[in-house]
Design a binder for this molecule. Structure first.
Ligand SMILES: Nc1nc2c([nH]c(=O)n2[C@H]2C[C@H](O)[C@@H](COP(=O)(O)OP(=O)(O)OP(=O)(O)O)O2)c(=O)[nH]1
Length: 133
């Protein structure tokens, strides 16, 4: 069924830096880094779900930009859709995460991302403006 088993994630970029968020739970995922986001509720529009999650998790309003790739498989049977996003109101705070970090392009792999996120980070790296362009 469309809309089920779908996770949405936000690649929030500001000044060339990517926002990463450290999970607080469950125990198996605690400490891992991810894109803010979460599960799409049944019947919920996936973009609306991502905007909602950014309010709940970060306390900010975002506007979504282009998609990053297509279906990203997660290891829990879910798949993930990721969008670039821009903060238009508020300053991100870790309301549900242990910590937030703004990663410079050369720091993209300095945090232990959830394993399923690594190919997404690689795709984002290719799309971020090059510093020596
Ligand atoms: N939000 C998010 N989840 C990810 C990422 N990568 C990844 O493997 N996941 C996994 C972790 C979780 O098993 C699942 C997302 O669940 P979640 O706990 O964030 O969803 P939620 O906020 O809606 O919370 P709940 O309904 O499960 O309580 O997807 C990512 O970058 N962002």
């Amino acid at each position: 069924m469309t809309g089920t088993r779908l996770v949405v994630g936000a690649a929030i970029v500001e000044g060339g830096r990517l926002l990463a968020a450290q999970r607080s739970g469950p125990p198996a995922l605690r400490g891992g880094w991810e894109f803010p986001g979460g599960k799409v509720d049944p019947g919920e529009d996936e973009r609306a779900a991502l905007v909602r999650e950014c309010v709940e998790e970060l306390g900010v309003q975002v506007v979504l930009g282009p998609r990053v790739g297509g279906d990203w498989p997660l290891d829990n049977g879910y798949r993930m859709h990721v969008w670039f996003a821009t903060v238009v109101a508020g300053v991100p705070r870790p309301l549900e995460h242990l910590a937030l970090r703004w990663l410079e392009p050369h720091e993209l792999y300095d945090v232990p991302w959830l394993p399923a996120d690594l190919p997404v980070v690689a795709a984002i790296e290719k799309l971020l403006p090059s510093r020596d362009a």
